[in-house]
Design a protein around this ligand. Sequence first.
Ligand code: NAD
Length: 470
Amino acid sequence: MKDSYLNFVNSPFGARLARSLGLPKPEVLHRYCADRPEFDGLIAIGAGREPRLLDALANLVTSIGMTSVAHESAALWVPLANRHGLMTGRFEPAESGSHGKLAALLFDASGIEDSSQLEPLHSFFHDTLRSLGKCGRIIVLGRPPEACASPRQWTAQRALEGLTRSLGKEARRGITANLIYVEQGAEHGIEATLRFFLSPRSAYVSGQVVRIGVHTGADALPAFDWIQPLAGRRAVVTGAARGIGASIASVLAAEGAHVIGIDIPTAREALDSTMRQLNGTALAFDIAAPEAPAQIAAALDEQGVNIVVHNAGITKDKTIAKMTDAAWQSVIDINLSAQERIDDALLAAGILRDGGRIIGVSSISGIAGNLGQTNYATSKAGVIGRVQSMAPHLRARGITINAVAPGFIETQMTAKIPLTIREAGRRMNSMSQGGQPVDVAQAIAWLAHPGSAGVSGQIVRVCGQSLIGA
Ligand code: NAD
């Protein structure tokens, strides 16, 4: 659906009017486009004491072809960084001016062990934030607090969350800010995640905290290339006929996967048309039908599957006093129980291959609750519970399970919301706009990536840092 306000305030007249009336001016977000370079420009690097992730950062900067400059907070560590070919110059605030020459700010806080050592974060962001361009990226790297050796270290690392989320709210101009906690020993596994958070692919993901852990089979990641990382993999996407599901199918196919799209028989025509364009396979099944898990397993049996995306979902909104039993039951069944039954069938028979990916689609309603959505929020909170409870069980097989929790995304589902509530939903986030289906799809593609093997059991919001449930 079109966001007329965003288009208006980005016209010359609209921009003037918005400025004079003090209205919010959402930025036109830079999104990934195959025709434009994905990574471009300068990264400023800052660091706290004894940064432990410089090796990994050096690998990243080299492999994506960006240039780095060291802020004085990192200057002490420059000899170490130089050894790895990182930090080609010193960041000079005066030189870079206020027009935003920087594409990204990266701060390695992994060595901070005490709250008294947090000061370099202030000096780095104080000096650099105004030089960060529109739609720039802020990434803070730390250690998972719960794995820290001492209460002081845990405290200091946990403090990074408040900083990162506040930066996302202050920066505006389409800038995202995210925190990545890297477990000790997982340093070599951060590239896919860092690429995602630096790329225009993460345009609508902000204020998130992601943990990268050591994973089973870490020494033997399957081979992949960065252009088509999903080549040779097969991905099932439910609800693929339209909306977010069609976008997920299209992004996974663009990354090389063979997509098997599932949707209800009445959506057959749209499903066929989407799958034809992607050279995919269409399966017209109602996922909530009792026979569906066995039918899906039979259809996939021969070649197996590597990625399962549980996207199909419905709403049947009413306050609980007015909600019928049928409205409650169908939402729980389609949005939650069907996923459990399908996963059980695919896992039991080994149809979902070892090293595979399961990705659920939750919602910020499942985090915050929502008036008129007791059934929907229950189902979407259940998706979160499922991710958290299943992750440890799937670990030995190298299968990861995660969920995305979209905020307000422009689709036929949100077009049904009454105008005033819809407008509020759109604006109540750091980007002052709704997301696009492709924003959810890109986050799913990152979780499906072979290089995301260390990311499991997590819920990542794709909500432009919505105030709801934050
Ligand atoms: P949509 O209604 O446009 O598409 C949903 C698709 O799922 C449709 O093609 C539909 O036919 C299919 N589907 C429904 N029931 C099915 C069943 N029983 N079997 C097979 N397929 C079935 O919705 P959307 O906005 O694209 O949402 C996709 C997912 O994202 C849903 O899980 C939704 O809850 C979630 N989500 C959406 C938003 C948003 O703002 N649009 C926000 C949060 C979460």
